[in-house]
Design a protein around this ligand. Sequence first.
Ligand SMILES: CCCCC/C=C\C/C=C\C/C=C\C/C=C\C/C=C/C(=O)SCCNC(=O)CCNC(=O)[C@H](O)C(C)(C)COP(=O)(O)OP(=O)(O)OC[C@H]1O[C@@H](n2cnc3c(N)ncnc32)[C@H](O)[C@@H]1OP(=O)(O)O
Ligand SMILES: Cc1cc2nc3c(=O)[nH]c(=O)nc-3n(C[C@H](O)[C@H](O)[C@H](O)COP(=O)(O)OP(=O)(O)OC[C@H]3O[C@@H](n4cnc5c(N)ncnc54)[C@H](O)[C@@H]3O)c2cc1C
Length: 616
Amino acid sequence: MASMSVKHAIAAAKKLRSLQERFNPGGSDIYPALMGDEAITALIPSGNPLSVHILMFTRALREQGTDEQYEKFGRRADNNEIIGTFAQTELGHGTYLRGLEARADYDRGTEEFVLNTPKLSSYKWWPGGLGQTCNYCIFVAQLYIDNEAKGMAMFVVQIRDEETHMPLPGVHVGEIGKKMGLNGVNNGFLGLKDYRVPRLNMLMRHQQVLPDGRFVKSPVSQVSYFPMVFVRCMVARQNSNYLAQAATIATRYSVIRRQSPIEEGQPEPKILEHLTQQMKVIPEIVTAVVYRLAAANLQNMYNETAEAVYRKDFSRLPELHALACILKVATSYDSTYGIERLRQACGGHGYLTAGNLGNIFAMAAPACTYEGENSVLYLQVGKILMKNWSQVLAGRELMPSMAYISECSKMTSFPQWTGSWECLLKAIQYACVGSIRLAFQSYNARVQSAQSQTAAVNYSGLELTKAAELHGRSYVAGNFYQQIVNSPNKHQRSPQFQKVLENMLELHLIQIFFRHLGDILRFIRITEDEISALQRRLEEVLKELRPDAVAITDAFDFNDKILSSALGCYDGNVYERLFEAALKHPLNRKSVPDFFEAHLKPFMKENADNAKKSKL
Ligand SMILES: CCCCC/C=C\C/C=C\C/C=C\C/C=C\C/C=C/C(=O)SCCNC(=O)CCNC(=O)[C@H](O)C(C)(C)COP(=O)(O)OP(=O)(O)OC[C@H]1O[C@@H](n2cnc3c(N)ncnc32)[C@H](O)[C@@H]1OP(=O)(O)O
Ligand SMILES: Cc1cc2nc3c(=O)[nH]c(=O)nc-3n(C[C@H](O)[C@H](O)[C@H](O)COP(=O)(O)OP(=O)(O)OC[C@H]3O[C@@H](n4cnc5c(N)ncnc54)[C@H](O)[C@@H]3O)c2cc1C
């Protein structure tokens, strides 16, 4: 599997390079080239062993290295002359970066760094492609000068000979073992023992170690986290893609499969005629659209911030960090949940490998963990919301994506309930701000009672997480509302298309309202009649969107090769493809399986003999 994945990955990397040149000639931004990432991902259903090379190794060299270091390493990496990974996580630490144990000691006598993973727990563990594919890595270590810790630093480390691919002396590298999915990625482990690299192998765009050992601190330490921010932005796009693929498969299957008459004596309908099936499938189609639009917004913000950081303007980093966290969490959680719900909507055939929904789930699910485990990133956002609430109390302006928090904070009560889109959106935002206020009361009371900020964050963690989740909902729903209702290119849309988009907005807002009804009722009085009216609207909009479900998923434009699913094939010949896949199973090569003579027959005979004996 690994070699097949590498073969496909090389084909994908060549395609990506050509896409990059076409979309973005000579440019550094990979994102436009990834417009074809569905194809890339589909080429390698077991995961792309070069993805961390492309997404993190090359970018870290470009963004964290000096121009000279880019010329020495980055150009060769961009040209795929060397293959690298991003080796930060260790066997013993992944989240708490200040706890990383790998160390880099500066030797001013030789102007080198001596790299060590002092204990088993210090081994790098998980980096994509590290096991077998890569010959270089970005090695993240605690920097020590004269045995004094200076914080985290990144080092370009060659781990394998470029000709023979043999691990270099002092390098212990290999594959970490089978995973739930992505088994073509060869995630690896790396131990270094007294491994020396020249001083200029430390990436020094933002922080430097001078030949005499003097340390020049980064103006903004968080800029070293930037490679992670980029992948979080990519996860938002990629996981919305995975959800869109699953939604396409389940939608197509739901208009092929017939089951259970709705009226006595009537023929069995397509299962998508069942209202409960519509409630399983159509909201996931809409969620995929909602997150794809939010991810595109985030990517634009990333590109703008990356250019600003290149000019040493770090002002937009905090907002990008907050949004990248919240969208990475929301898309990975919701896509993973949605793909499983869509799998269940396809009955038993959804559980067949030939349906590919299991593999799509296995590709999507780890995004809840890598690039910052979701619950940890929610706490990150919760902390940022506490800081911003302090700004609100001090009457200061907030970052644009949090402006609604200021507006809602000035409302003494929620206006008369109308049930309009604006009302639904404001209700979610108002509930979010109510949750932030409550979380702040708990958090601030703890800080005031002399708890450390870290401890206060931990003990207020449930409320901080709730506030962060509702902030994510507010941002995503707000973005979707703006795109549908206030988009500058709205007039270019046909009335029919605008109506479909408005139906998707109606469904999204009502669905989020019902998902957080408890959170909303905590702060807003809504009558039973008003809630029942929304229930009716939900049923109505599902019915309205039903005729458009196939067209919307066709518009995702995944071909059969990408979907790789007997349930989601464009020609709808599901049963023929399921049967064709079944006949290809190795067990069907022989009429009598080998295990019959070896195991089953003796087993049955023994039982028969025992039964006879017991009768005697
Ligand atoms: C061609 C490719 C194929 C096609 C594929 C297509 C698309 C790609 C889709 C998916 C990806 C595919 C492949 C890649 C797969 C896997 C790659 C995975 C890689 C990894 O997992 S790399 C390792 C990731 N690890 C982490 O994320 C660690 C998480 N931990 C942390 O971030 C930190 O420890 C912490 C949790 C933030 C805590 O930090 P701490 O040091 O305790 O300090 P704090 O007080 O919490 O923060 C200090 C300060 O800094 C701010 N901050 C924190 N993080 C950031 C950041 N990232 N950016 C900016 N600012 C940050 C924080 O807000 C605080 O600010 P203050 O103002 O409060 O001081
Ligand atoms: C498929 C995959 C690919 C990966 N690729 C890479 C890669 O290329 N490069 C790389 O460096 N890493 C990579 N990783 C590692 C990934 O970044 C880590 O798994 C992730 O950061 C979580 O760290 P951990 O696994 O050590 O879990 P831990 O940090 O040990 O966390 C375990 C659990 O403890 C809880 N927890 C931890 N900290 C807190 C906290 N502060 N507050 C509350 N609860 C907390 C959470 O529930 C968390 O899930 C990859 C992981 C996977 C699964």
